[in-house]
Design a protein around this ligand. Structure first.
Ligand code: SF4
Length: 325
């Protein structure tokens, strides 16, 4: 089992016969994620460090994970220090960096380093890529069933896409589960067309968000970053695929992707989720200035049910957009 702190070319890890585990998913789906945050704080992590970093730290130690691919470029600067702390606890750290300038050779160099470190071959990587791309094309179908046929909920869409960062550690099982799901939704009646929302930003730390949005008459039909985990560009070339992945680079790629979704998915509003103590909160300024439809900014701190203030703000936003329709 190799932990990954963010999305990386998992093709390489699977080709090496290893099992990648997205530490974010392992943390947030644990029985008591808030306990993991407290555990890290007891170990000395300050309250004003993001909950995901603390959750990842405790998850690695509690699961006895011995090797971690730490994304030290294009994700989160906190990961650099986190990796050093984990290394001192005996965890082997394999750094991976997305080049900020989207340089093809630099990204290729990072992939090659990872390949060598895990002792696999490009032939094996190509074989794995074929399989993963087949699953990704099914995820694309799931996404269409969300915004076009309107038979998949925002939460279901989120759950499948967010797990495509590591295919839940077992692509074969993931594929079977996905195929079963796709078959089961065929018979569903399309949802009535209420307000259509786009969810922007990192996945929410709180639970109950998607269910609450639906309970007040709106629906998420675009999960921006989670969809990116599924490498939706459809590029066959592996380097190009990870160059078109918008999350690690500057905001322009994200803006283009979101603008396209607004048009294609007929979005009425956007919810921008920001994580307390995260530098990515600053992107809210650019998103607000550049996107043509109303945007509600939410902030989440620790794991737990969606709080009443956030729920009220969502409700008010939905009411406001409902009146404007
Ligand atoms: S939410 Fe922000 S601060 Fe937290 S791990 Fe992600 S990028 Fe880093």
């Amino acid at each position: 089992m190799i932990g990954i702190t963010a999305t990386v070319p998992v093709e390489i890890i699977y080709a090496a016969g290893r099992r990648p585990v997205d530490l974010n998913n392992l943390f947030i789906t644990s029985n008591r994620p808030s306990k993991l945050v407290s555990q890290a704080e007891n170990a000395g992590f300050s309250p004003n460090i993001c909950a995901w970093i603390k959750g990842i730290y405790s998850t690695v130690l509690n699961h006895g994970i011995k090797q971690v691919v730490a994304v030290t470029g294009g994700d989160c600067s906190n990961t650099i220090a986190l990796a050093e702390i984990l290394a001192r606890s005996g965890v082997e750290i394999i750094p991976f960096e997305y080049p900020l300038n989207r340089d093809r050779d630099a990204l290729m160099g990072q992939m090659e380093k990872l390949r060598k470190r895990l002792a696999t071959t490009w032939t094996e990587i190509s074989r794995v890529t074929l399989k993963l791309d087949r699953i990704r094309s099914r995820l694309k179908r799931l996404d269409e069933l969300t915004y076009h046929e309107n038979v998949v909920t925002g939460l279901e869409n989120h759950l499948f896409l967010v797990r495509s960062s590591d295919f839940n550690g077992n692509p074969d099982r993931f594929e079977i589960e996905l195929d079963r799901f796709l078959l089961s939704v065929e018979k569903r009646k399309p949802k009535k067309d209420g307000l259509r929302f786009g969810y922007l930003g990192v996945p929410p730390v709180f639970s109950g968000f998607y269910e609450f949005i639906e309970s007040v008459g709106a629906r998420v039909v675009f999960n921006e970053v989670q969809r990116q985990f599924s490498m939706p560009s459809g590029q066959k070339d592996m380097v190009e695929k990870y160059l078109e992945y918008t999350y690690p680079y500057d905001i322009n790629g994200r803006l283009k992707d979101i603008e396209q979704a607004i048009r294609e998915r007929r979005l009425n509003g956007l919810v921008h989720y920001t994580q307390t103590f995260c530098y990515r909160q600053l992107y809210d300024i650019i998103l607000r200035e550049n996107l043509p439809i109303p945007l509600l900014t939410l902030e989440g701190d620790r794991p737990g049910r969606i709080d009443s203030r956030t729920a009220l703000r969502i409700e008010t936003f939905v009411e406001m957009l409902g009146h404007e329709r």
